[in-house]
Design a protein around this ligand. Structure first.
Ligand code: ADP
Length: 453
């Protein structure tokens, strides 16, 4: 298996986990591999297990492909040099497509601004539960090139980022979902149109009979779907082929999925994820019975509206992944009485659209660098808000307030609407600290607590 490179060298550009995965996969297949990362300009780690090729030493006629890491902008000089020298610039999913060429396997791609990881994991889970051989990865979890080789009939379910897509050339999917599109990464893509075009590459390259699913709540996607008529449209807020209405997912009006059967997938955004998964999978990949059975045993992903515990009737939910206002809005709409812990390293738009969705918020508890600004903003919107600064104080205060009010359906929700780097290593670390605080609280409350496993 030479990945179509013959005896030419694969030059890996960017050595994060994706680049390292690609380098290892190619080397193990016997391909010549060389690597470069801009950080090598300051010195190369002595343990680097691959040949390092400096940009000014590259003989382009010996390079079969430049494998670009997703984080590297296509405008970078080395990428442009490769293109000038007619060297194909590929991403790791293209290599996976080359590796699997001629094998009877399928590819599913899941893209969008929010909900990719959840939907990818959900689709993978339902397929696996229905007895299919599945590998799940890409932007989420295992990089594409480290996914195992699957037997005949196997399905690769991949979350793809717009950074992977903007130069993808060879992956031809059998099914794909574009969940939504809201302004994000515009520093890289420039305009919403460019951002959309990057996403649409996946469908442009798809097999002709591929399943094409698109969430059409945003006008830009509604217009895009209308252009070709090739998409099964999904509407949570609008009319569409598949809609979410009155607690049901309806297929052309017919009730198909009762949302209250899936309490671990709360909120309108998870209803959208479920509806997209349904449109993609039923009936092409699984039956409706298999779908419902599989979805019912899906526990969600950690740090995304993750149910942690119920203490004295108060539920604790970890949504540490909500690093921007957009995601937190969905969390705020997902529960009846919210004691909201928010804050961290603020994004440019502060609490953004969250201030238009405060009707379920009983009280807020602000932390991190944003503690002061968020506190002022929320108080200006008449939400009783307590500046706590630290997560441990916020958990204790939110719990005490919720207990005092004693409302049925009370939820202490960590959904920060801000990045985590001011006080934590990353959003996972922030979520783990929250979970541990809640567990200690549960222990301190004695045997009447109820903890989820
Ligand atoms: P991604 O991989 O695209 O970042 P995740 O599944 O990790 O998406 O979810 C990121 C955040 O977005 C979480 O806070 C989650 O609750 C929220 N979210 C999940 N699905 C959606 C959706 N369909 N639309 C908007 N927000 C969503």
């Amino acid at each position: 298996m030479d990945y179509g490179l013959g005896d030419k060298t694969a030059l890996i550009y960017g050595l994060g986990s994706t680049g390292m995965g690609a380098a290892r996969g190619l080397r193990d297949a016997g391909v010549h591999v060389a690597v470069w990362d801009d950080k090598f300009a300051e010195g190369v780690d002595a343990d680097m297990p691959f040949t390092v090729l400096k940009p000014d030493e590259i003989v382009w006629s010996r390079i079969g492909a430049l494998i670009k890491s997703p984080g590297i902008a296509p405008t970078k000089a080395l990428v442009q040099k490769a293109l000038e020298n007619k060297v194909p610039v590929l991403c790791d999913v293209d290599l996976l497509a080359r590796r699997e060429r001629g094998h009877d396997v399928s590819f599913i791609g899941i893209i969008g601004t929010n909900g990719k990881s959840t939907t990818t994991a959900l689709v993978g889970h339902i397929l696996r539960e229905s007895g299919r051989k599945v590998a799940v990865g890409g932007h989420l979890g295992t990089p594409a090139m480290q996914l195992p080789e699957l037997p005949t009939g196997g399905i690769y379910v991949m979350e793809l980022s717009s950074f992977q897509l903007d130069m993808m050339r060879e992956l031809r999917i059998d099914g794909g979902i574009l969940l939504n599109l809201t302004p994000d990464h515009l520093e890289r893509h420039g305009t919403m149109e460019n951002y959309l075009n990057a996403k649409m590459r996946m469908f442009a390259l798809a097999k002709p009979d591929a399943m094409r699913v698109m969430g059409t709540d945003q006008p830009i996607l509604l217009a895009e779907a209308a252009k070709t008529g090739d998409f099964i449209t999904i509407g949570v807020r609008n009319e569409a082929a598949i809609t979410v209405r009155d607690g049901w997912i309806r297929d052309r009006g017919d009730k198909k999925i009762k949302l209250s059967d899936f309490p671990l997938l709360p909120g309108p955004h998870n209803a959208q994820n479920l509806a997209c998964a349904y449109a993609l999978l039923v009936p092409r990949f699984v039956t409706i019975q298999q779908f419902l059975k599989g979805a019912a045993s899906f526990k969600g992903l950690p740090h995304r509206l993750e149910d942690i515990s119920v203490i004295e009737g108060i539920r604790f939910v970890n949504d540490s992944k909500a690093t921007n206002a957009e995601s937190a809005v969905y969390a705020l709409q997902s529960f009846q009485h919210v004691y909201w812990i928010c804050g961290g390293q603020p994004k440019v738009d502060g609490l953004g659209d969250c201030v238009n969705h405060l009707e379920n918020v009983r009280a807020a508890f602000t932390i991190g660098d944003a503690a002061g600004i968020f506190c002022n903003e929320l108080q200006a919107h008449k939400v009783p808000t307590f500046r706590c600064d630290t997560l441990d104080k916020a958990v204790a205060d939110a719990y005490a307030t919720a207990r005092t009010e004693g409302l049925e359906g009370a939820v202490v929700l960590l959904s920060p609407a801000a990045a985590s780097w001011d006080q934590f290593r990353n959003f996972e670390h922030r979520g783990d600290v929250f979970v541990n605080l809640v567990r200690s609280l549960a222990e301190s409350q004695g045997p009447r607590r109820r903890l989820y496993s």
